[in-house]
Design a protein around this ligand. Structure first.
Ligand SMILES: *Cc1c(COP(=O)(O)O)cnc(C)c1O
Length: 404
């Protein structure tokens, strides 16, 4: 066998031994609160379909009519012949929805960040990044060749020190608006104020805020009522919007520059136009029916009240991402398994995805969940806490006996 294959096999074996080998589960049928995983149905709190649009009839119908109008594939990059009228319409609708002059549609959020950051900064420039930022902001910054400076999570004072020290020609601050594993919101007004003070740009990754925060779900920038030419807003369309893709919105000149220079926009086949048809229906639903955001907020409060007396605290969060910190890796896995046995699917998240000693259950709520479904999760967690306490006191009693 070639040496290279031997090496990789050994690396895979090592992952297996450390219990870090990731496995995919087979999911059948559409996404929703009830999910069929490996042949069994679960009540699921694991996806990012925060508004319950991924399987909404209005999106189905729009995708079908998009299919009839445009066929399946776009067949070329947007700059050759792949920019269809429906994507043009979507870009305008998205820009207006988030309150920015212009928007550019990308195939994925990952590609949006990987294309946008290197289009804006390069060697000699600096990117300032929150420690808990998403991988694609980090990768985009690395690809750009700019210097990379990490500041502690949401630490505005530390960021100011770093900005004050920098005399590079272009400075770009990048941040998740809603942190994907914690659910907390970045202090965007303070970050913007620093960008104004130190002549920097602010790239806001709103993957978990678009559709959820702000009036009608117009996103985190609207949530704070911010307006500035320095803000580039990246929203993803595969989470709350229920479909796939992303967009970057901002000052018209900057967006024109991305169109000319973002390599992940230029050198890729445009995504199927029927997705844009479905997305137009999603934006329309968000604009016209904001009961989803309200129901989601009410579910968040219901969950937080319901689990307040458990030994495992939720991190502060007003978003759909609710992180229950259990610290211990094995306990996180045991709780996930305990819930699974009760027919509930909640993922355990362990280091290195999150910092050491902060293993957690990542509960994600959706407007598609009912009050009763959230209550079912709360009861199941209480039952596990009781079992856990009993097991603890049994082992304490045993230890006590051996000491006597
Ligand atoms: C999911 C996510 C992305 C990537 O978006 P995709 O459209 O799924 O590629 C980017 N940033 C954050 C914070 C995310 O959670």
């Amino acid at each position: 066998m070639p040496e290279l294959l031997n090496q990789i096999r050994a690396q895979l074996d090592a992952l297996q031994e450390q219990k870090l080998l990731r496995k995919r589960r087979i999911v059948e049928g559409p996404q929703g609160p009830l999910l069929t995983v490996d042949g069994r149905q679960y009540l699921a709190f694991c996806n990012n379909d925060y508004l319950g649009l991924a399987n909404h009839p209005a999106l189905h119908a729009a995708a079908q009519s998009g299919l009839e109008q445009y066929g399946v594939g776009a067949s070329a990059s947007a700059l050759i012949s792949g920019h269809t009228s429906v994507v043009e319409e979507l870009e305008q609708a998205l820009a207006e929805f988030v309150g920015m002059p212009r928007a550019l549609h990308f195939s994925t959020g990952y590609m949006a960040n990987m294309g946008t950051i290197p289009a804006l900064v390069g060697v000699g420039d600096v990117v300032f990044s929150d420690r808990l930022n998403h991988a694609c902001l980090i990768d985009g910054a690395r690809l750009s060749g700019a210097q990379f400076r990490i500041y502690p999570h949401n630490d505005v004072a530390r960021l100011e020190q770093l900005l004050a020290k920098s005399n590079s020609p272009r400075k770009l601050v990048v941040t998740d608006a809603v942190f994907s594993m914690d659910g907390d919101i970045a202090p965007l007004p303070e970050l913007l104020a620093l960008c104004e003070k130190y002549d920097a740009w602010l790239l806001v990754d709103d993957a978990h805020g678009f559709g959820v925060l702000g009036p009608q779900g117009r996103g985190s920038v609207a949530h704070f009522g911010l307006k500035s030419e320095r803000i580039l807003y990246m929203g993803t369309l595969g989470k709350a919007a229920g479909v796939a893709g992303a967009f970057v919105a901002g000052d018209a000149t900057l967006i024109e520059w991305l169109l000319q220079r973002a390599r992940t926009y230029i050198f890729t086949t445009a995504s199927p136009p029927l997705l844009a048809s479905a997305l137009l229906a999603a934006v329309k639903l968000m604009q016209e029916e904001d009961w989803r955001q309200q129901h989601l907020q009410q579910l968040i409060a219901r969950l937080r009240n319901g689990v307040a007396s458990l030994p495992w605290p939720l991190l502060p969060s007003t978003t759909a991402v609710q992180a229950m910190i259990v610290q211990d890796n094995q306990l996180a896995l045991d709780l996930m398994e305990g819930l699974r046995q009760q027919g509930i699917w909640v993922p355990a998240i362990r280091p290195p995805t999150v910092p050491k000693d902060t293993a957690r259950l990542r509960i994600s709520l959706s407007a598609a969940h009912s009050n009763e479904q959230v209550d079912q999760l709360i009861s199941a967690l209480h039952a596990l806490a009781k079992q856990h306490a009993e097991a603890d006191s049994r082992s304490m009693a045993r230890n006590g006996n051996t000491v006597e």
